[in-house]
Ligand binder design. Structure first.
Ligand code: NAD
Length: 297
């Protein structure tokens, strides 16, 4: 099936890397991004508009910042919905509001188009290697047709259920990611201020009950000065936490733990770290602890 063509809207940190994996697998990719240099930079065939991407391919992938922008791209004039045709599949790889996703899926269904939500996990590093984890929701018949699209970008694809189930799963995962990153940042700054050897601290945490994704995968690099640039920013992390709050509110579940990550990533944004990788939250916490840095070159 690799003779097929894919449309791609949103060629940023994640979308750009996924598009490159598709290209490397011999799939033609026609792309559009608000940044008109992005398509060329990545090597996909540039399209001058959303409508032309939709006109060029039966399957259109999107990796956009948030639901507000997804809605604009899908429902705006000359957007995906206007330009779309019966039988097309649109896949939203963004981290987006599940209720917005369900509404868009219903609107596309009126035109006999499928809208599949695919939350993406693994960050820029996994996107680069084509080793993402995808959590997918939507019409099973449409999902069935997407196997060859997943192949170059994902190592694991879990179909979670109907429309919105993929994005719901992603928001639940990201909340835990936000909590563990914010809490571990605080602990590492305290460890540094207490005069501990941070490599030894991580060794202990990683064989004790404090172990988490941040202690295992982020901080062993950060303590040596590598912040793993290129991944999710603090602004996007805040967006994910806000979407989680909306989700649990709609479900009637009280969140007792949302204030920690909201405050931490809000602080990072306020101190000027909003557009860099969210791992920099440790520097924001370090700043207000008296200018603490885990690594000094
Ligand atoms: P990004 O900001 O690097 O990329 C978004 C791209 O969308 C940009 O290139 C931007 O120019 C483009 N864009 C914005 N408005 C547009 C419009 N109206 N039309 C066309 N293009 C438009 O963000 P990212 O890090 O690639 O994240 C993309 C999505 O994936 C977000 O929803 C994010 O939460 C999610 N996500 C990110 C990561 C990560 O580690 N970076 C991991 C998993 C999921």
């Amino acid at each position: 099936m690799s003779d097929q063509r894919i449309g791609f809207i949103g060629l940023g940190n994640m979308g750009g890397r996924m598009a490159r994996c598709l290209l490397d697998a011999g799939i033609e990719v026609v792309g559009y991004d608000a940044d008109d240099k992005a398509a060329q930079r990545i090597g996909v065939t540039p399209a001058p508009s959303i409508a032309e991407v939709v006109g060029a391919a039966d399957i259109v992938l999107m990796s956009l910042p948030d639901s507000h922008i997804v809605e604009k791209v899908v429902e705006g004039s000359d957007g995906v919905l206007d330009a779309g045709r019966s039988g097309q599949i649109v896949v939203d790889l963004s981290t987006a509001s599940a209720s917005s996703t369900k509404r868009l899926a219903a609107r596309l269904a009126e035109k006999d188009m499928a809208y599949v939500d695919a939350g993406v996990s693994g960050g820029a590093a996994a996107a680069e290697r084509g080793a993402l984890t995808l959590m997918v929701g939507g019409d099973p018949a449409a999902i069935e047709r997407l196997g060859w699209v997943w192949e170059p970008i994902a190592k694991s694809v879990v179909v979670m259920g109907d429309s919105g189930a993929g994005h719901t799963t992603k928001l639940l995962n990201n909340f835990l990611n936000a909590v563990s990153l914010a809490a571990t940042s605080e602990v590492m700054v305290a460890g540094k201020k207490a005069g501990l050897d941070l490599h030894k601290l991580l060794e202990v945490l990683n064989s004790s009950s404090g172990v988490n994704f941040a202690t295992l995968n982020r901080f062993p690099k950060i303590v040596d000065g590598d912040y793993l640039e290129g991944g999710l920013t603090s602004k996007l992390m805040t967006k994910d936490v806000v979407l989680y709050g909306d989700l649990v509110h709609e479900l009637g579940v009280s969140s007792m733990n949302i204030s920690g990550p909201m405050a931490s990533f809000g602080l990072a944004t306020a101190l000027g770290y909003g557009d860099v990788i969210s791992n920099r939250v440790v520097d924001a916490i370090g700043d207000i602890a008296g200018g603490i840095r885990l690594y000094e070159s």
